[in-house]
Design a protein around this ligand. Structure first.
Ligand code: SF4
Length: 286
């Protein structure tokens, strides 16, 4: 079987930074205990389990915002994830006297900063993102005036305005986001359209789009990871049969009959060793 490892893949700089800070905090006696992770610091279960082994306590509940989750923490240190948090989360943490460790990626901080700037200039502000995703929650938490656009049909919700600013979640699909921006350009020629898909997301999706034809593409990553899901979408969009898997065990559910060539890529929050384990296991498939 031919196995093609797509490059680049794996940890982006934002994830590397968040993890190195988290491990440093856990190893240092100078941070007040307990040490909490406010939501998954990155979307990868293997990494979260490792951090928990080192003493971190994950505070997470499906469908519960970080602004509500912080209410459950009374003392110690709280680590904000690479996705960023809403201003209210900062305020609550400060009021409680928690030690705050903020690992928000610089790309996300820039989106938040620009959104605040344009709001203060009186623009109608819209944000293309996925409802419930922590990065989206952090940006929408800046102001209830920010209008969420989840798909092209949501453009109908934008009021008629000559001052429109639109930005987006950093890990969206290149193709889908471009379609939305094209339509926005048509409807609002004077709008400021600030595409903020990050470089790491862009080059990983582009590598997926540029891959050679194979019988199957495996995308490795957590099912909650936005950038991982978008990689799978990119691969499918060029007609390649694609499966999202989380680890080597998931290979057991795949039928490899007639599969002669495989490509493999991974999300920006997937540890390299998981991909290597999968490749080793694939080499043993008959
Ligand atoms: S995917 Fe992009 S925005 Fe998200 S953490 Fe990585 S570099 Fe930052």
């Amino acid at each position: 079987m031919i196995i093609n490892k797509i490059t680049p893949q794996g940890y982006c700089s934002g994830v590397k930074n968040a993890l190195s800070i988290a491990y440093e905090v856990l190893a240092s006696a100078s941070y007040p205990r307990p040490i909490y992770l406010l939501g998954s610091i990155i979307h990868n279960q293997h990494v979260i389990e490792d951090l928990e082994k080192k003493g971190a306590i994950l505070v997470e509940e499906k469908g519960t915002s970080r602004s509500d989750l912080i209410d459950k923490i009374e003392k110690g240190t709280v680590i904000f994830s690479a996705h960023g948090v809403a201003p209210i989360v900062y305020e609550k943490a400060k009021k409680k006297g928690l030690t705050i460790v903020d690992t928000t990626c610089g790309n996300v901080l820039l989106v938040q900063k620009r959104m605040k700037e344009y709001l203060s200039l009186g623009y109608t502000c819209s944000y293309i993102g996925t409802k419930g995703h922590p990065e989206c929650e952090g940006v929408l938490g800046i102001s209830s005036d920010i209008l969420l656009l989840e798909s092209i049909t949501d453009l109908d919700k934008i009021p008629n305005t000559s001052k429109l600013y639109v930005s987006n979640q950093t890990t969206l699909s290149l193709f889908e986001t471009e379609q939305i921006y094209k339509e926005l350009q048509k409807r609002f020629p004077n709008a400021i359209l600030d595409n903020k898909i990050c470089k790491a997301t862009t080059i990983r999706q582009q590598a997926c789009l540029d891959q050679e034809k194979v019988d199957l593409c495996l995308v490795v990553g957590d099912k909650a990871s936005s950038n991982t899901k978008k990689l799978a979408l990119a691969s499918k969009s060029i007609g390649i049969s694609t499966i999202l898997i989380e680890n080597a065990k998931d290979l057991e559910q795949i039928d490899f009959t007639n599969i002669k060539s495989i490509s493999i890529t991974s999300g920006a929050s997937t540890p390299e060793y998981i991909v290597e384990e999968i490749i080793e296991k694939l080499k043993r498939v008959d």
